[in-house]
Design a protein around this ligand. Structure first.
Ligand SMILES: [Zn+2]
Length: 171
């Protein structure tokens, strides 16, 4: 940080205050004694998601939560399940220590977590976010999830909700 007045690089901190989003520091230039304020933010809050077409977008917890809520509409999930998934996904992303992550990788982490939590929500999410090469592959994935979960959900009850969800998302 350079002094805005003389460009000197050294300063002493006179006052430091933490807020939710940044630390505010009052500084005094050690050369010209001018006082100025800096704001420091935690860098790890900014992780770029690289999309399939190469565009970048900041990782956004609210957006992830929204897509999970859509996938879990009317599913009997215990309170706190989605918060847990979001924070698991987030810590998994930050643990990698990179400033970028592909949307595909995030999708796979989310899908793995959802599969443990709720099979129907998992299939709904996968139908939107996973890159199935063709309909056959999707059907296989769908069928294997249903066979694993046959006591809870029959194929008949799964199909309409899946369709409904896809329509909602395409709006
Ligand atoms: Zn200065």
């Amino acid at each position: 940080m350079l002094c805005p007045h003389c460009g000197h690089g050294e300063s002493k901190v006179i006052d430091s205050r933490d807020s939710k989003t940044a630390t505010r520091r009052r500084r005094e230039c050690s050369l010209c004694s001018l006082r100025y304020t800096t704001y420091e933010q935690v860098q790890s809050n900014v992780i770029a998601i690289v999309k399939r077409d190469g565009r970048r977008e900041d990782f956004n917890k609210e957006k992830l939560m929204y897509s999970l809520k859509l996938a879990c509409t009317k599913r009997p999930l215990p309170t706190g399940t989605l918060d847990k998934i979001v924070s698991d996904v987030e810590s998994n992303i930050f643990k990698r220590g990179r400033s970028e992550i592909s949307s595909k990788t995030i999708g796979e982490i989310v899908i793995r977590k959802l599969k443990e939590a709720d099979r129907v929500a998992y299939i709904r999410y996968a139908s939107v976010y996973k890159d199935f090469p063709d309909l056959e592959t999707f059907k296989e994935e769908l069928e294997s999830a249903i066979t694993d979960d046959i006591e809870e959900e029959s194929e008949d009850s799964l199909q309409p909700t899946l369709f409904e969800f896809k329509n909602k998302d395409n709006k």
